[in-house]
Design a protein around this ligand. Structure first.
Ligand code: ATP
Length: 559
């Protein structure tokens, strides 16, 4: 992962935000190449899901076609939106603070493991000085220490913490006795917090009791705004689609089933942003709300889940590192009939662990009903109904507008069900970067092996589609190369022109940023009007007519 992060900075994919001022944790900037790459991710998603989608679902043997439309809604919305959606009351993470180190952690991100080290097993061989809490001989505490780590490589870090806590040198790692497997802080009883040594803390018991922390960023609208005018930066783009359901249905005359897609920024005040761009405080989502008849929603749910899973694979993510994980019943939100996550084995995770790229959720009619009737909650019979306060009033009032749908063929009125494939543009971009990263050794023009770093981006995603080189800076080669470069640009292809250095080095510069094709104008070009076309992955080099090169590249990009 360090190599990938270094490459991202060196070649201008991703920069730390406000770096010259020391950076702003949880925010990232995309450099020139990262901007192209992420734009391609968004465009490919929009093209495949909205503009050129031509998929259909076979239902009872009959094909069902559906329409997809786009939407762009604003980041700040009426505060009532978040009250009815549940985000105002429920969108929080549990956190703990360490009173000693002042560290703040998300409860479910602190890995903990019980460990002991009976001094009798290491008579007189302790090399370091155990911290006071342990040396002072409270044997009970000594035996029940729980070490904590927030590192992704937590097994290794927990051992390091245990050694630190017991004041042992690394070579005595076998003298600590683990009791049970590592778990997370949210899974141990609060009474046991007294035995937990927070990361970097010198004694046990410094964690506060867990507290709720709402993840929505607050802001104030208007110059005279008081706290009553508080508004929120959206934590998801989805609600902009739900509150516009009527507008879309009325203005476009789309018929059910149909989907509405939106790409846009979302904001979450994450307690511990981490893992490069994976968990940021400002990020971009690519969300679809697919509205359908309640009786067909299960089929559509399965269809979208599989369809989205395949999309990543079509763009080059290996099925070895991509899983489709159905949520267990206990993980499901109270309104959800089914949810699946599409997860990727990011290199910063432990072996066998995966990070979420996208969630595909069956949301029933929860969202449209909430915006009609008011915030919903499950009653004793497990049915959703408007949540009421002690006076019998709705806790949060809905819009009172009719968000149902009238099917003029069946003459039936109902509140549609929703299937929501919700993807992160930054997480997808990061997965494509991680997947693309390769190192290999290739023979140079003299047959000597040359190490190269090559980003094997899918051609549709590659930030630069082709690079044009004159072999040498004379004999009309630069002019011819510049002419080809101009033609490629005119065809809308992002290209590089490079005449600096040995040809092998120029190839390697392009390999490192994932340019799929390199075109070299050489000594033969003047006589036969052909150029060399080199393929990044196969390294195959063929001669192509200079007048056909734009077409050839365009064709090869259409995979
Ligand atoms: P996580 O469990 O990782 O916090 P989530 O389940 O809260 O994610 P959703 O609310 O389902 O995420 O959001 C949909 C998608 O938005 C996620 O699959 C992810 O790709 C993206 N996303 C969510 N939070 C972040 C974040 N903090 N940084 C980057 N992308 C994010």
């Amino acid at each position: 992962m360090e190599k990938i992060v270094a490459l991202c900075k060196r070649r201008g994919f991703v920069f730390q935000n406000s770096e010259i001022y020391g950076g702003q944790n949880g925010f990232w900037d995309y450099g020139p190449l990262g901007t192209e790459l992420k734009r391609n991710v968004r465009n490919v998603w929009y093209e495949d899901m909205v503009q050129s989608h031509n998929e259909l679902l076979l239902q009872d043997g009959a094909p069902v076609k559906f329409q997809m439309v786009g939407l762009e809604t604003s980041i700040i919305m009426h505060p009532q939106v978040w009250k009815c959606s549940g985000h105002y009351d429920l969108f929080h993470d549990m956190m703990v603070d360490c009173r000693e180190t002042r560290g703040r952690y998300r409860l479910d991100q602190v890995r903990v493991r019980r460990v002991s080290c009976n001094e009798k097993t290491v008579p007189g061989q302790l090399d370091g000085t155990p911290p006071d809490s342990i040396r002072d001989g409270d044997q009970k505490e000594f035996e029940h220490v729980i070490v904590a780590s927030t590192a992704e490589e937590f097994q290794e870090d927990l051992t390091a913490e245990a050694l630190r806590v017991f004041g042992l040198k690394k070579k005595y790692a076998d003298r600590v006795q683990w009791d049970g497997d590592a778990t997370t802080l949210d899974r141990i009883a609060e009474a046991d917090f007294a035995y937990v040594v927070a990361p970097g803390a010198s004694r046990a018991g410094s964690f506060t009791a867990p507290r709720e922390f709402n993840l929505m960023f607050k802001t104030i609208i208007g110059a005279l705004g008081s706290s009553e005018d508080a508004a929120f930066l959206r934590p998801e783009t989805a609600q902009g689609i739900f509150v516009n359901f009527r507008n879309v249905a009325d203005s476009t005359r789309v018929k059910l089933p149909f989907g509405v897609a939106q790409i846009g920024k979302s904001f979450r005040n994450e307690i511990t942003p981490r893992n490069f761009t994976f968990r940021s405080r400002e990020f971009e989502q690519m969300e679809i709300e697919f509205f359908c008849h309640p009786e067909q929603s299960r089929d559509w749910y399965t269809w979208w889940r599989d369809h989205r899973y395949q999309w990543y694979q079509r763009l080059g993510i290996s099925p070895d590192r991509l899983i489709l994980r159905d949520h267990e019943a206990s993980e499901l939100a109270h309104y959800s009939v089914g949810t699946a996550d599409i997860e990727y084995a990011f290199p910063f995770l432990e072996d066998g662990e995966y990070g979420e790229l996208e969630g595909v959720a069956h949301r029933g009619n929860f969202d449209l009903r909430s915006h009609m009737e008011g915030k919903l909650a499950k009653n004793d019979n497990g049915e959703l109904e408007v949540e009421q306060d002690e006076q019998g009033q709705p806790v949060h009032r809905g819009s009172g507008k009719d968000l149902s749908y009238f099917d003029d063929q069946s003459r039936e009125r109902f509140v549609p069900h929703v299937i929501e494939p919700s993807a992160g543009a930054d997480r997808a971009t990061l997965a494509f970067i991680c997947e693309a990263y390769h190192e290999d050794a290739q023979p140079d023009e003299h047959g000597k092996p040359q190490e190269r770093t090559v980003m094997k981006f899918h051609p549709r995603l590659a930030p630069v589609k082709a690079a044009v080189f004159p072999l040498i800076k004379k004999e009309g080669m630069p002019e011819k190369a510049a002419e080809i470069f101009g033609e490629l640009k005119a065809a809308g292809l992002n290209c590089h022109y490079d005449q600096q250095g040995a040809i092998g080095r120029r190839y390697r510069r392009q390999d490192e940023i994932g340019t799929p094709f390199c075109i070299t104008v050489d000594g033969d070009t003047a006589s036969d009007n052909t150029v060399t076309l080199r393929d990044r992955d196969s390294l195959e080099q063929i001669r192509v007519g200079a007048d056909r090169i734009v077409q050839e590249i365009s064709d090869r990009l259409k995979v």
